[in-house]
Design a protein around this ligand. Structure first.
Ligand SMILES: C[S@@+](CC[C@H](N)C(=O)[O-])C[C@H]1O[C@@H](n2cnc3c(N)ncnc32)[C@H](O)[C@@H]1O
Length: 256
């Protein structure tokens, strides 16, 4: 039988690779490792890569195994999911992994200017109704700029046509340099990604969507520090399959 949530929460409190700072905590206890992840936790000068909304942390752990000279931090608010990745990293003795349990809305309280080189967004909720909650919106891009190096990389891997299209339009509107943009990663793999180890990692949500026959989309772009960012002003068709089991509250079929 699987371990219960309470047992996982208790175990996480003792894990040296887990930092738990939800709003209520960080408001009272300042996070002193901001700007010091390398010297105080990783004890090296290697680049830092974040996986935001990491769930069970498949990318955090998988990439850490592939790239031992890079430091990876998985961020999510849900502790029980994160436990899986933290436990695996512990069992596999991966010194280049940490997990941070907090809200991505306050992520800039944990990282200082230029402290992070790359961000992975893996199967993020598309937040079709609220652009302010969408992790690829310009609101979040401005937040990421507070700690991402100039021109730092952002990877988006998603099943959602809505999130993919929105992000592509946001990137185009702001002229952000793009390395890869494909709406069918596994059936029309871009040449530069053929045989790439990046394709060997699949997350929990990813396998669910693949089982349902959905395409996986991947966009990789750079976020320069210059220029004010503008939101795209285009109506995008909603992902219908996401409302399968929900009562339909709105008749809208598109959103911005
Ligand atoms: C659809 S799941 C994807 C999980 C994982 N990346 C995967 O592919 O299996 C989205 C995850 O993002 C987390 N999340 C969404 N919004 C968040 C926020 N604002 N702050 C922290 N975590 C968030 C959720 O808790 C959830 O674990």
């Amino acid at each position: 039988m699987g371990k219960g949530k309470l047992a996982k929460f208790a175990e996480m409190k003792e894990m040296s690779n887990v930092f738990e700072y939800p709003f209520s905590v960080v408001d009272n206890v300042p996070f002193t490792m901001k700007g010091h992840w390398r010297d105080e936790y990783f004890h090296n000068d290697n680049p830092i890569v974040l996986e935001l909304g990491c769930g069970k942390g498949e990318y955090t752990v998988g990439l850490a195994r592939l790239y031992p000279d890079v430091n990876f931090i998985g961020v999510d608010i849900k502790g029980a999911r994160m436990w899986t990745g933290a436990k695996l990293a512990q069992e596999q003795q991966l010194p280049n992994v940490a997990f941070l349990r907090t809200s991505i809305e306050i992520i800039d309280r944990f990282f200082d200017r230029d402290e992070v080189q790359e961000i992975w967004l893996t199967f993020s909720d598309p937040q079709m109704k609220n652009v302010h909650k969408r992790l690829t919106s310009t609101f979040f891009m401005e937040r990421y700029r507070r700690f991402l190096v100039d021109g730092g990389l952002i990877h988006l891997k998603t099943d959602s046509n809505f999130l993919f299209t929105y992000t592509r339009l946001m990137v185009e509107r702001n002229g952000l340099p793009t390395d890869v943009c494909t709406d069918d990663l596994y059936h029309a793999t871009p040449e530069g990604l053929m045989g790439s180890p990046l394709l060997t990692i699949q997350t929990y949500y990813e396998s669910m969507w693949i089982e349902r026959g959905l395409n996986i989309r991947y966009l990789r772009f750079h976020l320069p520090q210059a220029d004010t960012l503008a939101e795209p002003d285009v109506e995008i068709p909603l992902d219908e399959y996401r409302s399968y089991h929900r009562t339909k509250r709105s008749s809208k079929t598109t959103a911005r």
